[in-house]
Design a protein. Structure first.
Length: 351
């Protein structure tokens, strides 16, 4: 560990050439592990948004190449670059407007200051959405109050966005945090969904409650809640049907499941996470609009962030819906679902 070696060198340079006490060694090693973990986290995020970075930062750099003064032409091309990365028309216009006003007031004088403004505006949008977390929800499942058991997470989203895969990764992640996790297979309209979920549950080492295809999803949820209470489960993750978001019967079914959960466990569902495929861009934003009109979404999970050059959709969704982005998928492995960090995302986006 580089951090640990540096600390040893610091002890020598300070004239403390002695054996560290067990307590000193423990503290330093914990700091070293934390430092290395953070570095790895930022590196993974940077790789995940590399395509978007090339799309956005590459365009911005070409706009600014050889430019010393900020003029209308620079701002027009910058606006196109932001929209092209799927950051959203309204957001892009607001950023350019802010830049134009500051230039007119002589508060913005060069390219570097303009870049800082863009980064600050984008990060502010994401941090604002993160602060909008609904009352009763938590920043991490590891923070769940002991009196809430089971903590019920309902997972929604259209078919094909990676919902089943995300549930498997989420179950693995939350179990790794020290929680007892159970999965409820309430997407009973697709037999394949249960089969896929069974595979992921086995990989994650968590129990799965399911019934035969066609069973009332609310009945499966009722059984899962009873099983979770009986087994003293900490977190229950509930899969739901993912038919087209324009179908009213799907939204009615989700509402029915919410009522069943609320009757059986106070405050349930405590989280309703909407899964969106980042590759779908503006279509993903439209899905989010439809779902938030029908159910109280408490957070978003963006899958396949590493597979798109239009990862700016993260900004567009956060801006319009003001819903926190909880997790992002940055790869295919079990550990490739990470908590979203506005700081790491923006830093990765701009290199």
């Amino acid at each position: 560990m580089a951090f640990w070696k540096r600390k040893q060198q610091e002890i020598i340079s300070l004239g403390l050439n002695r054996a560290a006490t067990p307590e000193e060694e423990r503290i330093v090693r914990e700091e070293a592990e934390g430092s290395d973990d953070q570095a790895r986290f930022y590196d993974r995020f940077k790789k995940a948004v590399s395509s978007t970075r090339e799309n956005l930062a590459g365009r911005i750099d070409s706009i600014f190449a050889g430019k010393r003064e900020l003029d209308a032409d620079v701002l027009d091309h910058l606006e196109e670059a932001l929209i092209g990365a799927d950051i959203g028309v309204q957001t892009s216009l607001e950023i350019i407007d802010s830049a134009r006003q500051q230039i007119e007031r002589k508060q913005l004088n060069d390219v570097d200051e303009l870049k800082k403004l863009i980064k600050s505006e984008l990060r502010g949008i994401l941090e604002g959405a993160a602060r909008s977390r609904k009352a009763g929800t938590v920043a991490s499942e590891s923070e769940v109050p002991l009196e809430i058991r089971p903590y019920v997470m309902m997972i929604v989203g259209v078919n094909g966005v990676g919902k089943t895969t995300t549930i498997g990764k989420l179950a693995h992640r939350i179990k790794s945090e020290g929680n007892q996790v159970m999965v409820c297979a309430a997407d009973t309209f697709r037999a394949a969904a249960n089969d896929q979920l069974a595979i992921w549950a086995e990989r994650s080492g968590v129990p799965l409650i399911q019934q035969k295809p066609g069973t009332d999803p609310s009945a499966v949820l009722f059984d899962a809640l009873a099983a979770a209470r009986a087994r003293n489960i900490d977190v229950l993750i509930v899969d739901t049907a993912g038919r087209l978001h324009t179908k009213a019967n799907l939204m009615q079914e989700l509402e029915k499941m919410r009522r069943v959960a609320g009757r059986e466990v106070a405050g349930a569902p405590h989280e309703v996470l909407l899964i969106i495929d980042a590759v779908t861009g503006q279509n993903g934003l439209e899905q989010a609009r439809q779902f938030t009109r029908a159910v109280p979404i408490t957070g978003l999970v963006l899958t396949k962030l590493d597979g798109t050059a239009k990862g700016g959709i993260v900004i567009a969704i956060a801006k319009e819906l003001n819903v926190p982005i909880r997790y992002v998928g940055i790869g295919e492995q079990m550990n490739d679902l990470v908590e979203f960090s506005p700081e790491a995302y923006i830093d990765g986006l701009f290199g």
